[in-house]
Design a protein around this ligand. Structure first.
Ligand code: FES
Ligand code: FES
Length: 149
């Protein structure tokens, strides 16, 4: 049994300690906003925050996340109020199919928490998530909008 604190709530999950955090979040806890893309830490679809740091949950064993504060896409909006990143995503119509977008938003949220006004170079370095629909220009515009909101 591993205790995971996800979006402020403790969950005891009955999994092997080596199970990737992504599976515990989706299958055991039932939060399906975090997506599976590549499974090898390349695409970023599975990005969550662990103690505020963006991590690729497909490649993080639950044992490394136990006792830490995990935040998923479901934990961003509070009382129905979108964060400034989510709001910018809506205003810039960023998602196309949407599959990569929760991971993208989690990565961007972590970037803006660390650097309030990132340059294009900062964005290129920090946001390495892959979008098969090619939303990269809208993502960049929305990041700048959120930074200036
Ligand atoms: S599914 Fe985790 S990085 Fe692609
Ligand atoms: S919006 Fe479709 S993969 Fe990114």
């Amino acid at each position: 049994m591993v205790r995971l604190n996800i979006n402020g709530k403790d969950h005891d999950v009955d999994v092997d300690p080596n199970t990737p955090l992504l599976w515990a979040i989706r299958e055991n806890v039932g939060l399906t906003g975090t997506k599976y893309g590549c499974g090898i830490a390349q695409c970023g679809a599975c990005t969550v925050h662990v103690d505020g740091v963006a991590m690729r949950s497909c490649s993080l064993p639950v044992s490394d996340a136990a006792g830490k504060k995990i935040t998923t896409i479901e934990g961003l909006a509070q009382n129905g109020k979108l964060t400034k990143v989510q709001q910018a995503w809506v205003e810039h119509d960023v998602p196309q199919c949407g599959y990569c977008q929760s991971g993208m938003i989690m990565a961007v949220t972590a970037l803006l928490n660390e650097k309030a006004k990132p340059s294009d170079k900062d964005i290129d370095e920090a946001i390495t998530n892959i979008c098969r629909c090619g939303t990269f220009q809208q993502v960049r515009a929305a990041i700048h909008a959120a930074a200036n909101a």
